[in-house]
Design a protein around this ligand. Structure first.
Ligand SMILES: CC(C)(COP(=O)(O)OP(=O)(O)OC[C@H]1O[C@@H](n2cnc3c(N)ncnc32)[C@H](O)[C@@H]1OP(=O)(O)O)[C@@H](O)C(=O)NCCC(=O)NCCS
Length: 144
């Protein structure tokens, strides 16, 4: 999935680098998928995060939180109201990730059964887009 997204124009991929090394990435689009979101929500201006991954060598270092803060800022400076993301869980698997996101301030909008994948739950999460001017002091944006 990740390999499909890289280089595809409709999947803007953003990477987080440290000393020229990629330590995290996410896709961030201005369109929401229909899976997990209602038509009125899709009509609201938002940034949708997918395929957020951090280097396991930095686990516990908060890089995912940094990416989330960047996304709140990215949404705000682009005039969007929300930053949104989805999480898929299978039974108990991955529920820790939903709890982790909730602790960061992501609100669960809904959780639905996947219409085509038995046993899979689709979680829709959102946070209001808020400028993060402090972040810009230590994370530099740079087009590649
Ligand atoms: C999800 C992710 C981007 C978060 O990055 P981060 O904020 O830097 O957080 P960490 O990697 O330090 O993980 C922090 C906590 O997240 C939770 N967590 C992360 N991935 C999880 C998963 N797949 N299932 C359950 N819990 C998970 C754990 O509670 C973990 O705490 P622990 O240290 O006690 O294990 C990163 O863990 C990752 O790349 N995971 C694999 C890919 C993935 O699942 N992406 C999510 C797509 S929605």
């Amino acid at each position: 999935m990740l390999a499909d997204q890289i280089g595809a124009e409709r999947w803007p991929v953003f990477v987080l680098t440290k000393d020229r090394r990629v330590v995290g990435m996410t896709t961030a689009t201005f369109t929401l998928p229909h899976l997990g979101w209602a038509e009125d929500e899709i009509a609201e201006p938002s940034v949708f995060l997918q395929t957020t991954v951090t280097d396991p060598g930095f686990a516990g270092g908060g890089l995912g939180v940094l990416i989330a803060c960047w996304a709140l800022d990215y949404a705000a400076v682009n005039g969007k109201l929300w930053t949104r993301r989805g999480v898929l869980t299978i039974g108990e698997e991955n529920l820790g990730l939903v709890r982790y996101y909730q602790l960061q301030g992501w609100r669960v909008v809904r959780a639905i059964s996947h219409p085509r994948k038995p046993g899979v739950t689709v979680w829709s999460l959102q946070r209001p887009a808020v400028p993060q001017s402090d972040l810009r002091e230590f994370v530099r944006w740079q087009p590649v």
